[in-house]
Design a protein around this ligand. Structure first.
Ligand SMILES: Cc1cc2nc3c(=O)[nH]c(=O)nc-3n(C[C@H](O)[C@H](O)[C@H](O)COP(=O)(O)O)c2cc1C
Length: 329
């Protein structure tokens, strides 16, 4: 995967997907501790990073904070070349070794502002933004996109060719169109049209949860690697498991019982220290729910965890909440 344009050695081409509200520093660190080739920050609005009032600017810059262990790519979104360039410079200044541009987000709020996947309907504007970001920083710039806007506009290969000529170092393609949002099944065959169109690495994304689906996605797309999003929720070891099976790396120790409770408590405490108690308690809930679901834990204790406001009580309940119901019965 290391190329002239992407001169960073990844331990494996298994990458954590950017997920707004989820891939914050505490979660990226949890994933990195088990092992991943690279992790990607939540999408950060370039406008917020550059021109918003100070408190929002600070919050968006915190979303771009870099952890240690594995390389972190900071993903920026926007539709204005000046603020995209400035946001990229800020992220690079905060230590980001890679900048990713979001051209895949389907959310109405983002598309309505003509950024995210809406840029796949205006390739000239997309290219203006790509040029601006590439010219602003020295680190590699990558691009994440969908197959196109809808089935009548499957222009990912065309965007990729133009973006590669502009200097994009690597692509990730989510095998759905914008119009599909998250419905249906990701089309890994269709990602091959982008792989065939460019010579830089292409990463396949969408519905890859484990080694079996990763192998299938790689075979169908001929991509250079995989990106995992929802499959890592409540399972921060999922990427390391996939990398071990596909690339022969040392398998992670998947925590169970007391070790799982320790892992979740550590993640919980890092969320509280990153966001502060009040916000942290609320942000942590979705992660706790995913951990309990993935562990097949107690439904009653899960719902108590979702309501509980006192961190000490959450930490006290967690070990029982993570206990498999079959075993508990
Ligand atoms: C809650 C959520 C938030 C997301 N936020 C982003 C984002 O900030 N930037 C982005 O490029 N994609 C975002 N995505 C899309 C994911 O990166 C990924 O492309 C998609 O979930 C498909 O991969 P998966 O099936 O492995 O989850 C988000 C997806 C989810 C479910």
């Amino acid at each position: 995967m290391t190329t002239d344009k992407f001169p960073i050695t990844l331990t494996s081409p298994v990458i954590l997907a950017p997920m707004s509200g989820i891939t914050d520093l505490p979660f990226r660190q949890a994933v990195a501790r088990f092992g991943a080739g690279m992790v990607v920050s939540e999408m950060i609005s370039s406008g917020e990073m550059v021109t918003a009032r100070p408190s929002r600017r600070a919050a968006s810059r915190a979303r771009a904070e870099i952890g240690d262990g594995v390389p972190t790519s900071v993903q920026i979104a926007g539709r204005e070349a000046g603020s995209m360039a400035e946001a990229a410079r800020i992220a690079e200044g905060q230590g980001a070794p890679v900048i990713d541009i979001n051209m895949g987000c389907p959310a109405k709020k983002v598309v309505g502002g003509l950024s995210g996947s809406a840029l796949m309907r205006d390739l000239d504007l997309a290219l203006t933004l790509i040029d601006a970001v590439i010219n602003a920083v020295r680190v590699p710039v990558t691009l994440k996109m969908r197959l196109g806007w809808d089935f009548d506009c499957l222009n990912a290969p065309l965007l990729a060719q133009r973006a590669e000529a502009a200097g994009i170092a690597m692509f990730t393609v989510h095998g759905r169109t914008r119009s599909q949002f998250y419905t249906g099944q990701a089309d890994w065959h269709a990602i091959r049209s982008v792989v065939d169109a460019v010579s830089v690495p292409v990463i396949a994304n969408g519905d890859i949860r484990d080694a079996k689906t990763a192998r299938r996605a790689l075979a169908q797309s001929n991509a250079a690697g995989v990106m995992i999003g929802r499959g890592a929720q409540g399972r921060p070891w999922a990427l390391a498991e996939i990398a071990a099976e596909l690339y022969g790396l040392t398998p992670p120790e998947i925590p169970h019982g007391a070790a799982l409770a320790d892992q979740v408590c550590d993640h919980y405490e890092s969320i509280l220290s990153f966001y502060g108690k009040d916000l942290g308690v609320r942000i942590a809930r979705k992660h706790l729910g995913w951990y309990v679901d993935a562990a097949g834990g107690s439904v009653a204790l899960r719902s108590r965890l979702m309501r509980e406001k006192d961190p000490a009580t959450v930490l006290a309940i967690l070990p029982d909440a993570l206990t498999r119901q079959k075993e508990a019965a």
